[in-house]
Design a protein around this ligand. Structure first.
Ligand code: HEC
Length: 196
């Protein structure tokens, strides 16, 4: 009988302990991955994107009296599919010049023509990307952040941004996922020999 009571009380203690400790684990999980932390991360990402130059190339602009001005509703959506570029004089590139589209979203150099990517949360941007794709793209210069894909072309300065630490890259990605979606399929790059 004694053994029976002992077993019963041990069982009650055990169940009590388990429910308390799993409750604590839940609370801990909420406080470490909860809204406060991810909000801070997004804010850090927003700050980084706003200060280290992503808009220079990735945001379409209109020409104002003092130079290119970002078009807010197209922010970070890359080279616009419908853009008509002025004629490209390849002989200037052969002389050693690099040409930029007026809003800086396209560039022509010895590598051919490259178009800044859509970084918004749309499916045509980084909407379907995972964090590891983004980190691979920036750290290894891999298109779409995929193993075996082509190299990311100039003038994207991934060789500089690769020096950002993991937390900052994660923050940038978390922020980009919140950037309003803009549907825009950026044209593929072309070699100089393929340009008219
Ligand atoms: C000087 C211009 C320039 C700046 C500044 C720049 N980019 Fe880029 N970026 C480009 C161009 C052009 C491409 C497309 C290159 C290609 O097609 O290979 C690109 C491509 C990318 C890609 C790869 C997209 C894909 O589909 O694989 C990512 C990710 C990216 N940029 C993120 C950023 C972020 C984040 C910043 C700011 C921290 C930034 N870029 C700043 C020009 C720039």
């Amino acid at each position: 009988m004694r053994t029976f009571y002992f077993l019963c009380s041990s069982l009650i203690l055990l169940v009590g302990y388990y429910s308390c400790s799993s409750g604590n684990a839940q609370i801990q999980a909420l406080s470490s991955s909860g809204n406060v932390d991810s909000l801070q991360m997004i804010e850090r990402g927003e700050y980084l994107v706003a200060t280290i130059g992503c808009d220079d190339c990735h945001s379409p602009k209109r020409m104002g009296p003092a130079g290119p001005e970002i078009i807010p509703e197209l922010r970070l959506s890359g080279f616009q599919d419908q853009t008509k570029l002025p004629p490209i004089d390849i002989s200037e590139v052969e002389k050693g010049w690099v040409l930029f589209a007026p809003d800086l979203t396209g560039a022509v150099g010895p590598w051919g023509i490259s178009h800044a990517a859509n970084l918004t949360s749309d499916d045509t941007g980084i909407g379907l990307w995972r964090e590891e794709n983004f980190i691979k793209a920036i750290r290894e210069g891999k298109y779409k952040g995929l193993d075996g894909s082509r190299a990311i072309l100039p003038p994207m300065p991934w060789q500089v941004y690769r020096n950002l630490d993991d937390t900052d890259l994660q923050a940038i990605f978390a922020y980009l996922k919140t950037v309003p979606a803009v549907r825009n399929v950026v044209p593929a790059p072309k070699l100089l020999s393929e340009l008219p």
